[in-house]
Ligand binder design. Sequence first.
Ligand code: HEC
Ligand code: HEC
Length: 497
Amino acid sequence: MRITHGIPFEICGGLWLAVFALSFGLTVPAFPQTPPRDALSLADEAARIAAVTTPATDFSRPEPYEARPGGAATGAADRSSFSQPLGNLRREQRLSFRLGEALFDKLWVQAPSSTQASDGLGPLFNARACASCHQGGGRGTVPSGPDEAPLGLVVRLMGPNGGDPVYGRQIQTRAAAGVAPEAHVSITWQPAAPIRLADGTQIPLRKPVLHLSDLAHGPLAPSTSADLRLAPPLIGLGLLEAIGEADIRTRADPADADGDGISGRAQVLGSTGGKPILGRFNWRADRASIAEQNAAALSTDLGLSNPIFPAYSGDCTPEQTRCLAAPDGGSVQHEGLELGQQAFALLRDYTARLAPPARRGLANPDVLRGKRIFYQSGCESCHRAKFVTERLAPDASGAVPPESFQLIWPYSDLLLHDMGEGLAGGDGAREWRTPPLWGIGLTQAVSGAHAFLHDGRAASLLEAILWHGGEAAPARDRVIALPSEDRAALLAFLRSL
Ligand code: HEC
Ligand code: HEC
């Protein structure tokens, strides 16, 4: 019986915790996760889950299992860390992951073409591959000026009926032969009021200004607002999907009944059979599942028809007649779609099973001090450290899914928070979903640059914190007031995630 990956038994504190390690799937191969059989052991399990997910109070040493933010599913931490499979995938699951990766990296071509399996791009599209925006599984980067093309930054359109009546949900900057791209997108940077920290350091801030030119069908409707969205990193999404809804809702407090200044609202996207659908993906938590977001990305970013959004025309609206008349790449062997059911399932496997990386230097005294400051500043109120994922039913082959019943450390509550005027979107809405912070310290290594927040405006972790307002204003002010060594420790902690 091997207990854990490199976590000495002594830290686990004895047999009781060893049993824990087993039941949280920290063994290799995964422990057969038999659910408790009677009410007594169910209550016992609930108590154990509550105990391991309680916010930290002892900052003198790392917590048990903290080194592995994805539980048994954790991956290695290096340059390719955001493109590795979950650490506990079985052989056949690894194979599906690799096939899905090929689809994610594939450069699609326009129809008609001699390679039927790869055609169907457009008529309107932003990129030829998923990987163009989510390079290495990581986040997008931002252009430094108007001459550079935005990579991994898209223009989302919002109007009374969803998107723009003519341009649809998103501006596509590229198009198939015979169809005009919707617009040319560029960005300039506008300085915002710099922030003066308690130790006298001035931190300049900037925000992007969006410019749309060469609009193919004239200006946007007056009621349409346009907003930039950075491609987020894709690690650990299947684990986030495996968090129980009730567990997310327990932290929601829309009217701030407990008076702590932090409200947090669950994003409800409608309902099926009277059961509300909880949104948890994207910067506004406007997608309920990975599959649904993948389908939307295929349709709007690449223009590929798929099982959820079967229209060949993607984001073309009825006003865009040339776009609607363009040839499609549907083929019989893919159920008449450009990306059929089987490929869609493989793509889902890949995007769901990118591993959150192992922590680095978590026992370093500066990192531990930074962790204490993170908690004391109130960051954990939204960037919730720990969850235990639900027990998932065995898959078709009888295997327990790798995301099942893991103690995970995403540093997000997956709720929407009012982040103040400074971060308000083009539509004036100030609410954003707390982004997970796991892996954030590897941003530079994976993406070669730093771009944080929904539109990539923050060029450093400190800038990202200083933009926090609204419910998070008190947390930001505590960071502004920190002595410089404490601020450095907080940043060291974030870099260790
Ligand atoms: C043109 C750039 C671009 C391309 C190409 C692209 N994405 Fe994205 N992706 C984004 C942006 C921007 C977001 C955030 C959208 C939002 O918050 O509204 C996103 C979000 C996501 C998310 C949600 C992540 C999270 O943490 O909530 C998933 C999953 C995803 N994309 C998968 C894909 C897949 C699969 C493809 C290929 C079919 C793809 N993307 C192609 C830009 C892109
Ligand atoms: C009220 C909830 C709340 C509190 C408190 C809070 N945050 Fe955030 N944090 C958010 C939200 C929401 C965003 C995304 C905002 C956006 O993109 O415009 C965010 C974004 C971030 C980001 C950028 C993440 C990314 O992927 O781009 C970092 C880093 C961060 N927060 C760190 C902190 C730290 C450190 C603290 C404590 C000093 C803190 N946050 C306190 C809600 C909160």
